[in-house]
Design a protein around this ligand. Structure first.
Ligand SMILES: Cc1ncc(COP(=O)(O)O)c(C=O)c1O
Length: 418
């Protein structure tokens, strides 16, 4: 199977027709108690906690193991643990690998809830965090390493500001120091092979492209060594991590069509990104495949493609009120959290959405677009109409009541969760 193309592997992975009574798809197995023929059998199997065997509901079932096999295949790792959400796929390995007194380096562009977890939970357990510039160069990163640094975290590109990181460099620095490199690889699903670029622990929010239909919340953590697996599996079980087999089954169904959805959404997104780059209302397009995106050179070097999520920076003429008026006017773009589903979404966002103080800005209001499977021309027509609404709002200034500090705080709170 190893010489098969990726598309073929996606069709074959995790399927064991003998186990599923000949049916094409793995069984949906629900359950807590597993019965054993004898006490001796139960004692024996209880010793194999780290293995993916049906021991007790919490340890997973055929359905979980099938999805874990699929995600391992996609990510290019050896072992995968399914957890309850994409956020749990971030927090579980941090808790599993770190202990009191350790230090972690997190990119300043990180997904807001990851930052909140470091600042509110890890800190209570004596783990300190330093936020680093996602575009950091090697000497500056080395200077941030302390004897206690045990994990460098990457999220590439950042899911709001889209900086593509130099992952091989992060890996070199981490490993020279004996630390691990974790990466939230949700954006890079299928187009970035984390373990080939030196990542130790790869994180996927399956809620996004593997689910693909905006109907589940699920996460996966993949590793590529037995030692990392022992840490991860033990940590996940000790934390009581579990995911519904129904959701795993839906994720398995989503995974079989992942490549065709992703290809189409990525193609639509690139067409729209290029169209937006020529619009006078747009100052900059933050799409990793375009030179205007920070870290584009790393995308060109390390990725084989893109997905359907990117951002734009509008001209400074337009304030937050104007951007929300534009988004409210769109017919085909929903206003909502998440991405990776089959439908398009638009969300006002900002450079500072979850950054450290004083880290600058792109100099204009930002919009994040998740491009779905609608016809690309319909999406462009919708955006064109939206941009004319935006132009009509150009005179509104930020001193009007809706943009007061309280509103700004609310906006940060809501947007960080996405
Ligand atoms: C980059 C990134 N990682 C992780 C997550 C968390 O995923 P979930 O919503 O499944 O917890 C998100 C959610 O938006 C995300 O954008």
């Amino acid at each position: 199977m190893s010489n098969d193309h990726f598309e073929t592997k996606l069709v074959l992975a995790g399927r064991r027709p003998v186990k599923s009574h000949g049916y094409v798809n793995p069984k949906l197995v629900r359950g807590s108690t597993v019965l054993y023929p004898s006490c001796a059998d139960r004692r024996e199997i209880g010793k194999r906690r780290l293995e993916q065997e049906e021991i007790y509901g919490l340890y997973g079932s055929e359905t979980h193991f099938a999805l874990e096999a699929v995600v391992s295949e996609i990510e290019g790792g050896t072992h995968c643990q399914i957890v309850s959400s994409g956020l749990a796929a971030i927090t579980v390995p941090l808790l599993a690998f770190l202990k009191s007194g350790d230090h972690v380096l997190i990119p300043d562009s990180v997904y807001g809830p990851t930052r909140r977890f470091c600042d509110t939970v890890l800190v209570r357990y004596g783990v300190t965090t330093t936020y680093y510039d996602p575009m950091v160069i090697e000497p500056a990163l080395r200077a941030l390493i302390a004897p206690e640094t045990k994990v460098i975290f990457a999220e590439s590109p950042g899911s709001h500001s889209f900086e593509v990181q130099d992952v091989p460099m992060l890996s070199r620095v981490a490993h020279a120091h004996g630390a691990k490199l974790f990466m939230d690889n949700t954006w890079g699903i299928c187009t970035f092979q984390p373990f080939r670029h030196g990542v130790d622990v790869s994180i996927q929010a399956l809620t996004k492209y593997i689910g693909g239909h905006s109907d589940i919340v699920l996460g996966a953590i993949t590793v590529a060594t037995e030692q990392d697996w022992a840490w991860l599996r033990t940590g996940a079980l000790d934390l009581g991590q579990y995911a519904s087999p129904d959701d795993c089954w839906l994720a398995l169904r989503g995974a079989r069509t992942l490549n065709v959805r992703l290809d189409q959404q990525a193609a639509n997104a690139l067409t729209i990104a290029r169209w937006l780059a020529d619009r006078p209302e747009v100052q900059r397009v933050l799409h990793p495949a375009l030179p205007s995106c920070p870290g584009h050179e790393f995308w060109k070097r390390d990725f084989t493609g893109a997905c359907g999520l990117f951002g734009i920076v509008l001209n400074p003429t337009f304030d937050y009120g104007a951007v929300t008026a534009m988004v409210d006017s769109l017919r085909l773009f929903g206003i909502g959290a998440s991405w990776g589903g089959y439908e398009s979404l638009a969300l006002p966002t900002s450079f500072t959405i979850s950054r450290s103080e004083g880290t600058g800005s792109f100099g204009g209001e930002m919009l994040r677009l998740q491009i779905g499977l609608e016809h690309v021309n319909d999406l462009i027509a919708d955006l064109e109409a939206g941009l004319s609404v935006l132009r009509g709002q150009a005179h509104i200034t930020c001193s009007s009541p809706p943009c007061m500090a309280g509103e700004l705080e609310d906006r940060r709170g809501v947007e960080q969760a996405q």
